[in-house]
Design a binder for this molecule. Structure first.
Ligand code: ADP
Ligand code: MG
Length: 249
């Protein structure tokens, strides 16, 4: 195990059932630090459910098996708050009754002094190009500013992995491109293993990592096969059969 390995997100043999039906074929996946793996698949195939399972918030209607490891820790059985996973959804959930700065401070872990809290929040506002806007009501921010504030709040919690559930899908094309670059840059800077659920091939291209398609027989799409290659137990990772020359009759 090298130094990087200790910060990987490793999903092993994940099977999620809904009323006796497997949502997708057993999933094995390794996400390396700073890598963004794209998860695609038709609506209803279980993408959000997979992210819920990884965070430990699977609704009781589902039955799941399989192991989730992060930074060498086994997460299975741990509550959400002990997993150290950051998640961003399609809907930006900034608290309407708190200022922008208070929203960011909400992300901070307990135990920091008041001065440190203020410093961290100010730095995050600057990082997000929101300096001077800390006192604002979040509803007065533009969609792009809200998206950046939501990412900062997530990152202030110092997660060890990032899950993105179609977080750009409500933004128009130009803003979408800018925000996803912003999110990926921050994920890479912090060396966070990141899973991105999206329907947009442009998101996947920009993520520049491996892509998987969730369906009854998940297959690795083309692109960088790192995630697959890193997991010797995944049958999908077995080297392809060497093509043989067709025989002449
Ligand atoms: P995706 O994100 O890929 O569109 P979901 O993970 O949201 O799909 O849903 C997977 C399946 O689980 C769907 O058939 C959906 O209807 C069902 N489902 C989602 N949430 C619940 C729930 N809380 N209780 C029961 N079934 C659910
Ligand atoms: Mg979904």
């Amino acid at each position: 195990m090298n130094v990087n390995d200790s910060r990987m997100l490793v999903l092993k043999d994940i099977r999620i059932r809904l009323q006796d039906r497997l949502l997708f074929a057993p999933l094995n996946l390794t996400v390396h630090p700073g890598e963004v793996v794209t998860v695609m698949g038709p609506s209803g195939c279980g993408k959000s459910t997979l992210l819920n399972y990884i965070c430990g918030i699977l609704p009781p209607a589902f039955e799941a098996r399989g192991s989730v490891r992060l930074g060498g820790r086994e997460l299975t059985g741990l509550p959400l708050e002990q997993r150290r996973i950051g998640i961003l959804f399609q809907d930006i959930l900034l608290f309407p009754h708190l200022s922008v700065a208070e929203n960011l401070a909400f992300g901070l872990r307990a135990g920091h002094s008041r001065q440190t809290r203020r410093f961290r929040v100010e730095t995050a506002l600057q990082d997000a190009g929101l300096e001077g806007l800390g006192g604002r009501d979040p509803a007065t921010l533009s969609a792009g500013q809200q998206a950046r504030a939501a990412l900062m709040r997530t990152l202030l919690a110092e997660p060890e992995a990032l899950l993105l559930d179609e977080p750009f899908s409500k933004l128009d094309t130009e803003l979408r491109a800018r925000i996803r670059t912003f999110v990926f840059e921050h994920a890479r800077q912090r060396r966070l293993p990141t899973l991105l659920v999206t329907h947009d091939p442009a998101d996947a291209t920009d993520a520049a990592g491996p892509a998987i398609v969730l369906d009854r027989a998940p297959a690795l799409s083309d692109g960088n096969p790192t995630a697959a290659a890193a997991d010797p137990e995944n049958p999908k990772t077995a080297p392809p059969p060497v093509p043989t020359a067709p025989r002449r009759p």
